[in-house]
Design a protein around this ligand. Sequence first.
Ligand SMILES: [Zn+2]
Length: 83
Amino acid sequence: MAGDQMKTCTKCNQVKSTEDYHVDRSKSTGLHSHCVDCRRKHMLAAYPSYYARRGRELLRSRYQTDEKYREKQKQKSRSRKAQ
Ligand SMILES: [Zn+2]
Protein backbone atom coordinates (compact mmCIF):
# COMPACT_ATOMS: atom_id res chain seq x y z
CA MET A 1 0.00 0.00 0.00
CA ALA A 2 1.52 3.28 -1.13
CA GLY A 3 -0.26 5.20 1.62
CA ASP A 4 1.65 3.32 4.32
CA GLN A 5 5.08 4.38 3.10
CA MET A 6 7.04 6.95 5.04
CA LYS A 7 9.47 9.54 3.76
CA THR A 8 11.77 12.03 5.46
CA CYS A 9 11.40 15.63 4.35
CA THR A 10 14.81 17.05 3.46
CA LYS A 11 13.65 20.51 4.59
CA CYS A 12 12.15 20.00 8.05
CA ASN A 13 13.63 16.49 8.59
CA GLN A 14 10.29 15.16 9.77
CA VAL A 15 9.21 11.67 8.81
CA LYS A 16 5.86 11.91 7.09
CA SER A 17 3.54 9.68 5.10
CA THR A 18 4.14 9.79 1.35
CA GLU A 19 0.64 11.25 1.14
CA ASP A 20 2.15 14.43 2.58
CA TYR A 21 4.35 14.87 -0.49
CA HIS A 22 3.45 16.17 -3.91
CA VAL A 23 4.06 13.91 -6.88
CA ASP A 24 7.12 14.83 -8.93
CA ARG A 25 7.74 12.48 -11.82
CA SER A 26 11.13 14.00 -12.56
CA LYS A 27 12.41 12.61 -9.24
CA SER A 28 13.59 9.00 -8.93
CA THR A 29 11.26 8.52 -5.96
CA GLY A 30 8.33 10.00 -7.90
CA LEU A 31 7.78 12.44 -5.05
CA HIS A 32 9.01 15.88 -4.07
CA SER A 33 11.85 15.86 -1.54
CA HIS A 34 10.04 18.53 0.50
CA CYS A 35 6.75 17.82 2.24
CA VAL A 36 3.53 19.67 1.39
CA ASP A 37 3.85 21.94 4.44
CA CYS A 38 7.39 23.02 3.56
CA ARG A 39 6.45 23.57 -0.06
CA ARG A 40 3.48 25.70 0.93
CA LYS A 41 5.64 27.77 3.27
CA HIS A 42 8.27 28.18 0.58
CA MET A 43 5.70 29.22 -2.03
CA LEU A 44 4.04 31.65 0.38
CA ALA A 45 7.40 33.23 1.17
CA ALA A 46 8.46 33.36 -2.47
CA TYR A 47 5.18 34.57 -3.98
CA PRO A 48 3.15 36.27 -1.22
CA SER A 49 1.20 38.58 -3.52
CA TYR A 50 0.25 35.74 -5.85
CA TYR A 51 -1.09 33.66 -2.98
CA ALA A 52 -2.85 36.59 -1.37
CA ARG A 53 -4.64 37.29 -4.64
CA ARG A 54 -5.42 33.66 -5.23
CA GLY A 55 -6.76 33.31 -1.69
CA ARG A 56 -9.13 36.21 -2.21
CA GLU A 57 -10.33 34.75 -5.51
CA LEU A 58 -10.95 31.37 -3.92
CA LEU A 59 -12.93 32.99 -1.13
CA ARG A 60 -14.98 35.00 -3.59
CA SER A 61 -15.77 32.01 -5.77
CA ARG A 62 -16.74 30.04 -2.70
CA TYR A 63 -18.99 32.86 -1.60
CA GLN A 64 -20.71 32.77 -4.98
CA THR A 65 -21.12 29.01 -5.25
CA ASP A 66 -21.45 27.75 -1.68
CA GLU A 67 -24.83 28.70 -0.26
CA LYS A 68 -24.16 27.29 3.21
CA TYR A 69 -20.89 29.20 3.44
CA ARG A 70 -22.64 32.40 2.39
CA GLU A 71 -25.32 31.90 5.04
CA LYS A 72 -22.68 31.29 7.67
CA GLN A 73 -20.83 34.48 6.76
CA LYS A 74 -24.07 36.43 6.97
CA GLN A 75 -24.75 35.03 10.41
CA LYS A 76 -21.25 35.96 11.47
CA SER A 77 -21.65 39.57 10.43
CA ARG A 78 -25.07 39.69 12.07
CA SER A 79 -23.71 38.42 15.39
CA ARG A 80 -20.88 40.94 15.18
CA LYS A 81 -23.36 43.78 14.77
CA ALA A 82 -25.45 42.54 17.69
CA GLN A 83 -22.54 42.80 20.10
ZN1 LIG B 1 8.94 19.39 5.47
